[in-house]
Design a protein around this ligand. Structure first.
Ligand SMILES: [Zn+2]
Length: 389
């Protein structure tokens, strides 16, 4: 019983904010299911990223053939639009067209992906509980290119702590990836933070919710994980390959581990510790293949409706294995050759993730990782709970 609860908590942690790619052609074909499942508000906006060949392209357009006049949404620098959600659109269910600045983008000839950052809760009791928050009701502080939003009552030392965490997360990711991360915003909430979500702010920055009562390190590790996804999709030649799902999620976990180690001035992290404990307590195969794991636990393969994607995500507890194994894969490369990652990172500018790994990564073999070796590398990098800040 306890293990089941533990796994569930882990899964929620993993899934919060992860992008769910979902092809849609009419407004309602994507949005309706999500509203019904309580994942989206039924009035307001959601941030949608339009990917072309796996990348967000500024200046692309989504045209909604609505009456009395069409709505044209133009992507920002991050390839994102604020996608309207309303009863009128629901009723009209307009056809959607995708256009570049120079003309229509034929969906059948280009690989066009449509992804929205959704947060959802697998607990059916919470279905429908997500609400849109209002940034105008919060205090706002610019922190370099990023922003911190918080409730007026938050104690000044806490505000200071969040400012330095946010800035340290940016610095850490900048060092890890060798480029300046795209701007984000964080909203620190003291209550109901599981259920309040914000659309992108006025500058187009995605807003990640941080629960003030929770451990700050844990909350920011989720932010860093999602931020890393954003860096990878915007600034590198990758993502959008379901087969690489756990290579990418492992890399995002590793970047969070790396940033956390730096913040704590430690050689180990509790991120590796959490992954170690979850895998140790789970009955699994004796050997793993990262691509096979992705295929076995990918919501994409049966993803022709949102409900089945969510069902897979919520009920496929073993999918959590991929995060642990993916993290172990990257940790083992770093242990075997600290110069390996800078070489991979340089290749990521022009190659997709699985190609950028090269012919012979120095650590564990991604097609054949033993459970024993995975647990061992996670344990070596795990920080004990008593050290947690
Ligand atoms: Zn992820």
């Amino acid at each position: 019983m306890k293990m089941h609860l533990g796994l569930k908590a882990l899964l929620l942690g993993v899934l919060v904010g992860c992008a769910v790619p979902y092809g849609i052609f009419t407004w309602a074909s994507g949005i309706d299911d999500m509203i019904e499942l309580g994942l989206l508000p039924d009035e307001g906006h959601v941030t949608v990223t339009l990917l072309r060949d796996g990348r967000g392209v500024p200046g692309d357009r989504i045209v909604l053939r609505t009456r009395p006049e069409t709505i044209v949404l133009t992507t920002n620098d991050a390839g994102q639009v604020q996608f309207p959600v309303s009863g009128r659109l629901r009723e009209q269910n307009p056809w959607m067209e995708f256009r570049s600045a120079s003309g229509p983008l034929p969906l059948w000839s280009r690989k066009i992906g449509w992804g929205a950052n959704l947060t959802f809760d697998c607990d059916p009791e919470n279905a429908g509980a997500l609400v849109h928050g209002d940034l105008a009701a919060l205090e706002t502080l610019e922190v370099g290119p990023d922003a911190l939003h918080y409730e007026a009552g938050l104690a000044p030392p806490m505000v200071e702590a969040h400012i330095s965490r946010l800035a340290a997360s940016r610095r850490g990711l900048q060092d890890f990836f060798g480029i300046a991360p795209p701007p984000i915003a964080v909203a620190v909430l003291t209550a109901n933070f599981e259920h309040i979500r914000f659309p992108a702010d006025a500058k187009g920055r995605p807003v990640w919710v941080v629960g003030a009562p929770n451990a700050m390190a844990r909350e920011y590790s989720k932010v860093v994980h999602e931020w890393a996804h954003q860096i990878l999709s915007q600034d590198f030649e990758m993502v959008d390959d379901p087969a690489d799902r756990f290579l990418e999620d492992g890399l995002c976990e590793w970047s969070a581990h790396w940033v956390e180690k730096r913040s704590a001035a430690s050689e180990a992290s509790w991120i590796a510790a959490d992954r170690y404990e979850s895998l140790r307590d789970m009955p699994t195969a004796a050997r793993f293949d990262l691509q096979e794991l992705a295929e076995d636990h990918s919501p994409y393969r049966n993803g022709d409706d949102m409900a089945s994607i969510l069902d897979t995500l919520c009920n496929d507890l073993e999918g959590g294995i991929g995060y642990a194994v993916g993290l172990a894969f990257w940790l083992s490369q770093e242990e075997a050759d600290p110069d390996y990652w800078p070489r991979v990172r340089a290749r990521l500018a022009t190659e997709k993730l699985s190609d950028a790994l090269g012919a012979d990564p120095p650590g564990l073999d991604r097609e054949d990782l033993s459970r024993e070796a995975v647990l061992a590398v996670l344990a070596r990098n795990a920080r004990s709970d008593s050290d947690r800040k």
